[in-house]
Design a protein around this ligand. Structure first.
Ligand code: AMP
Length: 281
């Protein structure tokens, strides 16, 4: 496995790969866990070469978010990626990726005006910016993204289509701990009590899915979620939304065969966690 902190050496090595090779890219911010590992394994299984990028992208963090504190453990990450059979790891510094203050801001219409796009202003802009840069530098044929960041997946699907990137998005299922909590690099911040109450996200989504036939309106779903909160005193709800799974637009009708998707974001202390689940299937 080769590790490239510099763009120039990385691009030179990338150019040497055969023109007809299937090349998988797994973009990450490091602090790798089993969620990341599942994307990497899938890419290694499906491609001739796998590139993993590790870059904590400052432009997708808001001014009061955890950019500085975001967990970083490059040595451990590299050991894991080596074990998984990755070919190239791209680990650029911030100044490599952004040599000057950026003059560009991506305006994302419709898809970013709800969920994390609304509760983290500028976040999706930063994601689209860095993913575009990574697509240009890595030139993958296939790019692996986790459905844990469902809105991000949908936006990148459009980015690929509308900017004509010659590659395929491979959306990957959410990987969960044994009790259902979705793996996240931010889980390491949680105290024992917060870790217990973090199950609010998974438990609530499971209940909504299990009892979906009994709910007639989005308001009833909202009321159910609010009613769960007293059992999880350390949770501060950021948002709960139920949207059309493809368009990410609000639904007026729950049971007309459309893709009904529920999204939760919650704070446990300073730590913000997200999760989502399709309810109708
Ligand atoms: P991050 O390092 O948090 O930017 O995540 C890198 C990629 O891993 C993104 O495409 C995420 O959606 C994906 N990912 C993170 N956590 C999980 C998880 N628990 N299950 C599946 N994919 C995940």
């Amino acid at each position: 496995m080769q590790v490239f902190p510099r763009i120039s050496a990385f691009r030179a090595a990338r150019k040497k790969l055969p023109a007809d090779a299937r090349i998988g890219l797994v973009p990450t911010m490091g602090a790798l866990h089993r969620g990341h590992a599942s994307l990497v394994k899938k890419s290694v299984a499906e491609n001739d070469f796998t590139i993993v990028s590790i870059f904590v992208n400052p432009t997708q963090f808001g001014p009061n978010e955890d950019y500085e504190q975001y967990p970083r453990d490059l040595d451990k990450d590299l050991a894991l990626l080596d074990e998984l059979g990755v070919d190239m790891v791209f680990t650029p510094s911030t100044t490599e990726i952004y040599p000057e203050t950026s003059h560009f801001y991506f305006e994302i219409r419709q898809l970013a005006d709800r969920l994390c796009g609304r509760s983290r202003p500028g976040h999706m802009n930063g994601v689209v910016q860095v993913v575009s840069i990574l697509f240009h530098l890595c030139e993958p044929t296939h790019a692996y993204f986790g459905l844990k960041d469902y809105q991000q997946c949908r936006i990148i699907e459009h980015l690929i289509r509308e900017l004509h990137f010659p590659l395929k998005l491979v959306p990957c299922s959410i990987v969960r701990e044994a009790d259902g909590l979705a793996f996240s690099s931010r889980n390491v911040y949680l105290s024992a009590g917060q870790r217990r109450d973090a199950l609010f996200l998974y438990h609530t989504l499971r209940q909504l899915k299990k009892n979906f036939a009994q709910f007639q309106t989005v308001d009833e779903l909202q009321a159910f979620v609010q009613a769960q909160l007293p059992r999880y005193p350390l949770v501060k709800l950021d948002y709960f939304e139920v949207l059309h799974g493809k368009t990410l637009q609000p639904l007026t009708e729950l049971h007309n065969g459309e893709h009904v998707h529920a999204f939760l974001a919650a704070f446990l202390g300073q730590t913000r966690l997200i999760d989502n689940m399709r309810l109708d299937k």
